[in-house]
Structure formats: C-alpha cells, structure tokens
Design a protein around this ligand. Structure first.
Ligand code: NAI
Length: 486
C-alpha cells in the first residue's frame, strides 16, 4: 500500500507520551502513513527561535500539507508568539473544527438524562481580535483592532456548510453579535446567508451568541453545526467541551485550503508529564479526523470504534471514569484500544483519493468584490483631558468650509454636540470630521485637514470614513444622529 507523508511534532509535557500512544495505535491499524518528525515548541524557543519552530519544520509542513501535533508550551513573557497561533495563522488554516459527541462510558449530566449530544463548532481561526493588533492610545487607554474580512468569513462559513454535509447534519447555525457589532459581525452574518444559498439542502439560521450559550446549556440537542467568529467560537467551543465531559474528549482540526493541522485541544499538562497518566483520547480523536480528511476514512472509523469500545468496556485513564481507582496508564490504555481494533472493515486501499500536498508559487490575494469606495470623512483619535466642548471649539476654528465636526465620542459614547454630564470620561477621544457637501472631497484633503489639526490636538491615529456603493461603512457613536448626507 502506498504511504502518505505527514509532519509530526510530538510537543511538550505530556505531548510525547500521548503522541507515542496514538502512533502505536495507528501502526497497529497499519495506517498507510509515513511520519516526518519535526521540532516545534519549548525546546525550539529555548534554542532562540522566537516563532517556536525551526526552518526545517516549516519546510516539512509546507511540503506534506499535514501537521499532526501534540500540545506545546509557549514561554511566558514578551518577545515570543504562541506557536499554536503562529502555525494556524501562517498556514491559513481558516477553520477550526471541534466535534463534541457524547461518548458511551463518559458520564455527564446530559448522558445521565438520556440526551445525546452531537455538535460541531466551526470557529474562524485567523481574524478577529486574534490578529493581536493592539496599541496603547494614551497612557490610560489600550485598543485592539478587530479585523473581520469578507473572504475570510467566506472560507470558514463554506467550511461549516461542507462539514455539515459530511457529518450528515441538517442545519447550520451562525452565532454572532451583529446586533452590537453591526459592521464586523454584520459582515459575517451577511456572508453566512449569502453562502447558505449555495446549500439549499441545509437549513440555515442564526442566533445571538449570548442566547446561544444559554440554549447550549439548556437544550444542546437543538444544535448541529454552529459557525462563529474567532473569539466567540473559542469560548463557545470550550462550553461545548463541558457538555460532553471535558476537553479530553474533544478533537480539533484546523483546516486550510492547502495545509491542515490536527491537535489535542488540551495543553501540555505539566503536572502529570512523564508519569504515564495522560489521556490520549483528544489527540487520538483528532488523529481520526485527520485520517478522514486525508481520504483514509476506513482507518479513522476503525480506530474511533476501537476507542469507543475500549471506553465502553470500562477502561480509562485517571482523569475520567466513575471509579478512579481502576484507572490504567497511557500506554496500557493505548494497548487496550489496539486489542479492540477490528480491521476487517478496512478494504479500501484506493491510494488515488489520499491527500496530496499542494505547492504555491506566491501568496494568494483573496478579493471578493469590485465595489466603489468613497472617502467621506475622518476620525481623529486624540489624547486629551479637556472637556468635549473645548475640543470641538479648537477643531471648528481650524476646519475647511466643506467639512464639519459631526460627533465627539469617548469610549464610543457621544459627548458632543449632545450628551450627558453623567458620562465619565477617559483621556482618549474620537473627533469625527465629515464632509458637509454632496460634492466629492478627495481623500488627501481629509489627510491634510488632520495634519492641520495636528498642531492643536494630540492626535495618536486617524481612521478614514468610507462609503461603499454609497452605503455608510462606519459605525455611529452611541447617541449620534445620522448626518443628513450619509
Ligand atoms: P492543560 O490543558 O495543560 O491542563 C489543565 C488540567 O487538565 C491539568 O490538571 C492537566 O493535568 C489536565 N489535563 C490536560 N490534558 C490532559 C490529558 N490529556 N490527560 C489527563 N489530564 C489532562 O492546561 P494549562 O495547565 O492551562 O496549560 C499548560 C500548558 O499548555 C501551558 O504552557 C499552555 O500554554 C499550554 N497549552 C497548549 C495548547 C496547545 O498546544 N494547543 C493548548 C492549551 C494550553
């Protein structure tokens, strides 16, 4: 049987133990994989690589297209980036898929109530606040930029619909907060319903993320596949892990168009590392998803069945099970899974459908529209301890006649031209200047206006205000009235 090469990083802490256990099960199942072991994680940071991966590891993953990894430790303190986040972002694994399914033998409140759970959370993996674009604006105010893009949203939402089809689900739900974040989550939600039209066989609906959390705890069986932006997806997927007995039972796949990363969702568990106590289930389940994704479904299915049978027979590591005194070690648990492997169903040896790596000559530019953009104003982010009216007076004294100050805000709340003295202020304001004519005002003029005000105000940054096809694409301040021209 021809073999498929994958890159394997064992990771830190319990990583090597659980990876060895999982690979021993793969080998016993005669899975046609060839492992290229690569260095990533703590040892690599210690050698001075601030990304946590060696150049050889990067080359290997880009050549094989598959990274199977154990948990890795990111050193605390500045200067180094999390290897996990770096890997997901660098290789554009846009969709984090976590499957939460009740496992017989793992007791939860829902299993005891006879309520089966089968939910897949598809979390956007690149954008959102995970862009890590943060600054101090003033001595008292830090800001984070939350980037949501239309092409990025399209990728993850399409993944969600494809996953739903593969899993045999009937419904895909979009979790969001578009009632508050009208442009970012609004774009995500619009994109969701646009892509949904391509999948008429699936029901598409949406729910606000806070209500989603309540409903997941109250009646999880009403959800099948749920797609969310990055941070919301991160939180909701841990909530779902709790529904099925904890993180140890939740596999995770990071899918990109070219590279895919499969990993356990838990960390390195330093408290039990090297003691043969760790539970390899999460990594093994991620491994079975990897096999399914690589076109090796028969192997993935046989291994999953063996795992479920083993747990059902009462074998367990020390982190779960009703009677903790009967726990067995990592190696022994893997051996029981091997004993329960039934390879008789593996008949498909069609190597043609196995995963094949792609090679790219240059970065792909993802553009999803040719819409017309017009700049209609500028937001000035300033540091000031003055009162709003004093700031307005300064700006108005230096404004071109075809522009006006439409609002001054503090932490997003309008404090000028109207507001309340009960709004407490911090030392960072946003002064919004918009054109007051239907004529075009060149973008450069708003820049020049900002520069002219630079001597009067302590400007930290500016943000251009745009319309797309005539539609306003910037948020109104809390309390701001719509400008007659916008
Ligand atoms: P953790 O998940 O490593 O441990 C939390 C608790 O769960 C500990 O009591 C641990 O013993 C237990 N536990 C975790 N996995 C287990 C397993 N397979 N079997 C039995 N018990 C298990 O989380 P923690 O302590 O917050 O993080 C430790 C380190 O792991 C940190 O350096 C963190 O950065 C890293 N980490 C790495 C991740 C990754 O590589 N994807 C994800 C999360 C954390």
């Amino acid at each position: 049987m021809s073999k498929v090469k994958i890159s394997v990083a064992k990771g830190d802490g319990i990583g090597p133990e659980i990876m060895d256990a999982v690979l021993s099960i793969f080998d016993a199942a005669k899975t046609p994989l060839e492992y290229e072991f690569v260095d990533m994680g703590k040892g690599v940071y210690d050698k001075g690589f601030t990304t946590g991966m060696t150049d050889d590891a990067k080359i290997s993953v880009e050549q094989t297209g598959i990274l199977f990894k154990g948990p890795m430790e990111t050193p605390k303190g500045g200067g180094v980036k999390s290897i996990n986040v770096t890997a997901r972002k660098t290789w554009n694994t846009h969709s984090n898929i976590r499957k939460f399914k009740s496992i017989k033998g793992v007791d939860t409140v829902f299993s005891k109530a006879g309520i089966p759970i089968d939910i897949t959370i598809v979390r956007e993996n690149i954008e959102d606040t995970y862009g890590g674009i943060e600054h101090y604006m003033t001595k008292d105010v830090a800001v984070s930029r939350r980037i949501i893009s239309r092409p990025g949203s399209e990728q993850v939402i399409r993944s969600a619909f494809e996953t739903a089809l593969k899993e045999g689900y009937k419904k895909v739900t979009c979790g969001h907060k578009a009632n508050i974040m009208k442009l970012t989550d609004g774009m995500f939600l619009d994109t969701f319903y646009r892509i949904a039209k391509e999948y008429p066989q699936l029901i598409a609906d949406d729910v606000i993320v806070d209500a989603l959390c309540m409903k997941l705890v109250y009646a999880p069986q009403q959800f099948e596949c749920v797609v969310l932006t990055n941070l919301q997806g991160d939180i909701v997927s841990d909530l779902c892990a709790g529904l099925v007995g904890g993180l140890g039972f939740a596999p995770s796949a990071n899918l990109g168009d070219h590279i895919k990363i499969f990993e356990a969702v838990h960390g390195t568990a330093p408290d039990i590392a090297g003691k043969n106590l760790a539970n390899p289930t999460s990594l093994l389940l991620s491994g079975t998803i990897m096999l399914n994704q690589m076109g090796l479904e028969e192997f993935g299915g046989a291994i999953r069945d063996a795992l479920i049978k083993t747990i059902d027979l009462g074998f367990h590591t020390g982190d779960f099970g009703a009677d903790r005194s009967s726990a067995i070690g990592t190696k022994e648990f893997a051996q029981e899974i091997i004993n329960n492997l039934d390879l008789s169903k593996i008949i498909d040896t069609d190597a043609e459908k196995y995963h094949k790596p792609t090679s790219l000559a240059q970065n792909r530019m993802m553009i999803s529209s040719n819409d017309e953009i017009e700049t209609v104003g500028v937001d000035l982010f300033i540091a000031s301890e003055q009162q709003p009216a004093e700031i307005a007076e300064i700006v108005q004294a230096h404004l071109d006649s075809d522009m006006e100050v439409t609002t001054i805000t503090n932490r997003g709340t309008q404090v000028w031209p109207s507001g309340s003295v009960f709004t407490d202020l911090v030392d960072a304001y946003v002064v919004r200047i918009e054109k007051n004519t239907t004529n075009e005002v060149k973008k450069k003029r708003f820049m020049e206006q900002a520069i002219r005000l630079y001597d009067q105000l302590n400007i930290g940054s500016i943000e251009m205000l745009i319309t797309i096809n005539g539609e306003r694409k910037y948020s109104l301040a809390q309390g701001q009235k719509v400008n007659a021209l916008s």
